[in-house]
Ligand binder design. Structure first.
Ligand SMILES: [Zn+2]
Length: 269
């Protein structure tokens, strides 16, 4: 990406490239040797999660941790709730901004349906999403050469599984172009299901560098993570570092990125 940006210098590309060039240049770990744990204590991060895989991974991990902790709390209070993974898509298209707006608008309408029914609004139809007592959802996009494909992954907490058939019919009514809906229970370790939602917004491996840069421009500043109900108000730490383990002895480990790999460095380097 760095090389790609440097080939077409503009204010935006130069700014992004400067950040990328220093991102991850050094990593400072603390090894808490008495408990055999290692934590990332400090590092340079560019925080451009739409073009930088390192920052995207760290950001995703932070969101994952925050929502898993909330889920643990909810679970003890409401053992009858189960997590479900819901995926909603719209049809592929050549214009990313238009497809992205279409998905966001369709999701808003679905949320309105839920809110209106729950509020007892006269004539408001039932939606399968009313089964959800809480949810967190993110927008993701891919482009595998057949047009832009924005979609939404959602974790729903419900006491009964929403009907995929009914949701699909509802979603088609809203979008007018897609009935592709997938709803399945998250069984076993919740981490795997949750990871589907908190992996990056931009699937780097599926995009050319030009597409990746274009997507970053379109998505910049847009809200890509939303929640409602029992998943509302979860605080995702701004820092991309690990939490230190307080009160334990540690050894500092420094690494510098040199010649395409990380190499141990001393503090005085
Ligand atoms: Zn970065």
């Amino acid at each position: 990406m760095l090389r790609h940006l440097r080939e077409a210098p503009s204010q935006a590309t130069i700014k992004a490239a400067t950040g990328l060039a220093s991102c991850g240049n050094y990593l400072h770990f603390r090894e808490y040797f008495t408990v055999g744990k290692v934590r990332l204590h400090s590092a340079t991060f560019c925080k451009q999660h739409l073009v930088c895989p390192l920052c995207a991974i760290r950001r995703g991990a932070k969101a994952l941790g925050a929502y898993l902790s909330r889920w643990q709390v909810i679970q003890t209070e409401r053992p009858d709730l189960r997590p479900y993974l819901l995926t909603l898509t719209v049809r592929n298209g050549p214009d990313l901004a238009e497809r992205q707006a279409h998905l966001s608008h369709s999701l808003k309408r679905l949320m309105h349906h839920r809110r209106d029914f729950n509020a007892g609004t006269r004539g408001a139809p039932w939606t399968e999403l009313c089964r959800a007592e809480g949810a967190v959802y993110t927008l993701e996009l891919t482009n595998k050469g057949k047009g832009w494909h924005p979609h939404c992954h959602m974790i729903i907490l419900a006491t009964s599984q929403p009907s995929q058939t009914d949701l699909s019919a509802e979603w088609h009514k809203i979008t007018g172009d897609s009935m592709v809906v997938d709803c399945r229970p998250i069984l076993g370790d919740p981490v795997e299901g949750f990871m589907e939602v908190f992996k990056y917004a931009v699937k780097f491996s599926d995009l050319t560098l030009a597409d990746n840069w274009h997507a970053a421009q379109i998505l910049k500043g847009k809200r890509l993570l939303n929640s409602f109900g029992s998943f509302r108000g979860v605080d995702i730490p701004d820092s991309l570092l690990d939490e230190p383990l307080d009160g334990l002895p540690y050894l500092d480990r420094f690494y510098r990125y040199l010649d395409d790999s990380y190499q141990p460095a001393s503090i005085r380097d």
